[in-house]
Design a protein around this ligand. Structure first.
Ligand code: FES
Length: 90
């Protein structure tokens, strides 16, 4: 379920959504899915890079760490959580 309570917000730029982060969510991929934002994924463990997309602002923390880091300026949303306010190209 997409969270409705205002808190630390995360924005999906192309979708025009700004939503709060809930620490109970495992990843940014889970948040996007809960908000019905179309996302691509395969392994969900930081291996395949199918979920790689541009981080327009902010920083994320990985858990687990990706096997190979994403390209400069990109993140893997399946294994990352926001470290503060972020904007994703999504
Ligand atoms: S879905 Fe495979 S790295 Fe994210």
């Amino acid at each position: 379920m997409c969270p409705a309570r205002p808190a630390r917000t995360r924005s999906f730029a192309r979708s025009g959504l700004t939503v709060p982060w809930n620490d109970a969510q495992e990843s940014l991929l889970e948040l996007a899915e809960a908000c019905d934002v179309p996302v691509r994924w395969s392994c969900r463990t930081g291996v395949c890079h199918t979920c790689e997309l541009a981080l327009m602002s902010g920083t994320v923390a990985y858990s687990p760490d990706p096997v190979e880091p994403p390209a400069e300026g990109n993140i893997l949303i399946c294994c990352s959580k926001p470290s503060g306010g972020i904007v994703l190209d999504l």
